[in-house]
Each structure stands twice: as structure tokens, then as C-alpha cells.
Design a protein around this ligand. Structure first.
Ligand code: GLN
Length: 217
């Protein structure tokens, strides 16, 4: 995507004092690398000073502090989680403090199951979702969204066969909505979910927010 992005206002590792920058750079952050937009998240993390780890097996989870579950196809990722024996160790680690961020299909996998065609998800976040809620690939769209946690400048939000968050449960904070009020970013303690794709923009503020969240845990 070739478009001008607003000035970045949130702290990024290179604008932090050396001690805090060192703390961010040493974080052990992984990307679930079974299917989907793995490379784009890795590039964004590298840009922010992180040496990201690809997670494919339970051993890859050792010592990990933060994990991104990328967008892609949630049915496929769910199937591969089982094939790689990752479901139970991943759930346990998230429940004991591994910070996690699901983008799009990743969010679907974190959500509680709804009565629609959501694949067997991890069911950890107190939200329910409806998959492909805006239609098919050609109904994908882009807009700028206000997000208080990222400062005054709107954030570029890319929606690709995105889900809609239909229910927000206890302990879940809505971080951003569409103009019609539909939640597009939500956080439950150390779990974060977005229905859009920050890794497909040139704006690292959401990844920076996740790194701050990991450091805080
Ligand atoms: N529609 C996909 C699913 O249901 C998600 C699309 C995406 O991650 N961009 O899994």
C-alpha cells in the first residue's frame, strides 16, 4: 500500500531512553508461524528492534513473553494447532501470563465460540465473533480509525474478510470502534485482539503498544 501515513507520535524503541530501549529489545516475542501473515508481523517487530521467533512447536514457546497470532484462515490455523500439538501448551502459557495478540483470524482463535461457523478456537478471550461478517475478499476495506491508546493521530485500519466482534464480555476493554460503534480492537488484561491488520500498514504504533503491554506484564 502506497500512501502517506500520519506522523507517529507514540514512543518507539529508538525514541526511548537507552535503559527502556534495552528492555524492549530484549523481549522474547514470537509469531505463530503455521499459516497466514507471519512475515509482515516479523518485519514490523524487527523494525521495532525485536528479534522475533517463529513458533511452530511447543518447544518454541519456552521463555516466550509475547506472541502474535497472525491473520490468515482461522479454520486452517486451528487445524494446524492440533496437528502440531500446540493447543494445550499454548493455552496454558497464555493463562499463566504469556501476552498474546490476535489479528483477524488470530482474534477469531482467541475468542469464545459463537453459534456460527467459528472453528474450534482457544476460547480464552471473553468475546464472541462472527467470521467474514463484511462479506468476501472484494468487500475488504480501509479507513482511518481513532484510537485513544495510540494518541491523537488516527490509525490506518485495513479489514480483509474481517470478523465482527458481536459480544464483549467481562474484563474486556474496547480500544477502538468503527464509526457505527462496532468494536475493532479489544483487550482483556494480557490478551489483545484486532479485527484489522496493523502489520499491513507503514505505521508501527500498534506493534509498539503490544511491546509496551508485554513489558508491563
Ligand atoms: N476470514 C478469515 C477467517 O475466518 C480471516 C481473514 C483474515 O485473517 N484476514 O479465518
Amino acid at each position: 500500500m502506497n500512501r502517506p501515513y500520519p506522523e507517529i507520535v507514540s514512543p518507539t524503541p529508538w525514541s526511548l531512553p537507552p535503559a527502556e530501549r534495552a528492555e524492549i529489545n530484549s523481549l522474547q516475542v514470537g509469531v505463530l508461524a503455521l499459516q497466514g501473515g507471519v512475515l509482515e508481523h516479523k518485519l514490523m517487530l524487527r523494525h521495532l528492534g525485536i528479534n522475533p521467533r517463529e513458533v511452530r512447536t511447543p518447544v518454541d514457546l519456552e521463555g516466550l513473553q509475547g506472541l502474535i497470532i497472525p491473520g490468515g484462515e482461522s479454520t486452517t490455523i486451528a487445524h494446524l494447532l492440533d496437528l502440531h500439538d500446540l493447543r494445550d501448551p499454548l493455552c496454558k502459557q497464555i493463562q499463566t501470563g504469556l501476552a498474546v495478540w490476535g489479528t483477524c483470524a488470530g482474534l477469531i482463535l482467541l475468542a469464545k465460540q459463537d453459534d456460527n461457523d467459528v472453528p474450534r478456537s482457544l476460547g480464552l478471550m471473553n468475546i464472541q465473533v462472527k467470521r467474514n461478517a463484511y462479506g468476501s475478499q472484494i468487500d475488504s476495506f480501509f479507513l482511518e480509525s481513532k484510537m485513544a491508546v495510540l494518541g491523537d493521530h488516527p490509525f490506518p485500519t485495513v479489514f480483509i474478510r474481517a470478523p465482527v466482534i458481536t459480544t464483549i464480555g467481562t474484563d474486556v476493554e474496547v480500544l477502538a470502534t468503527l464509526p457505527n460503534g462496532s468494536p475493532i480492537a479489544a483487550r482483556q488484561h494480557s490478551m489483545l485482539g484486532t479485527t484489522f491488520h496493523p502489520e499491513l500498514t507503514g505505521d508501527p504504533r500498534f506493534h509498539s503498544y503490544f511491546l509496551d503491554m508485554i513489558a508491563a506484564y
